[in-house]
Design a protein around this ligand. Sequence first.
Ligand SMILES: [Fe+2]
Length: 175
Amino acid sequence: MPRLLSPAAALLVGGIRTAVTAGGDDEAVAARVTRALTGHLTDPLLLDPEHREPDPNAYRQHLLHVEPDGSFSVVALVWLPGQETCIHDHVSWCVVGTYVGEEQETTYRLARGRLIPLRLNRTPQGVASYLVPPGDIHKVCNNSSSVAISIHVYGADIGLLGSSIRRRYDLPVGR
Ligand SMILES: [Fe+2]
């Protein structure tokens, strides 16, 4: 189980809970959660030091909160320079905000067994965005020369599933 949240993180979770329970389709919920997250990304007290710890081998996930009814989960991901995800999609809507540094996201579409890059999004500190399946195939990396930390909110019980990743795509990239 995640440890007790800092007061700042508990405030964030409360804001996300309000955004999720307001209902509507995935798009509407994810857009509201994005707005709820944005205001907290500049709060220096949001993450305790142990939630900022990297892993030299791969990007590190710190589970901050799983809502008791499983309706959403909040994690902090810590990225050292050059660390990246596989190309993947998610089991649910996903909201991502950059807390420290800058993240780079590449989105893809699947065509005839290949992955065609669609967009390259750079997300600086303080900015959040969302993805809603289907069609949410992407990769995230820290292409900068300093550490990056991002807050991710998923509309699923990550504690139960272990990960928000639905599928990883080990396919050739490009036309
Ligand atoms: Fe993702």
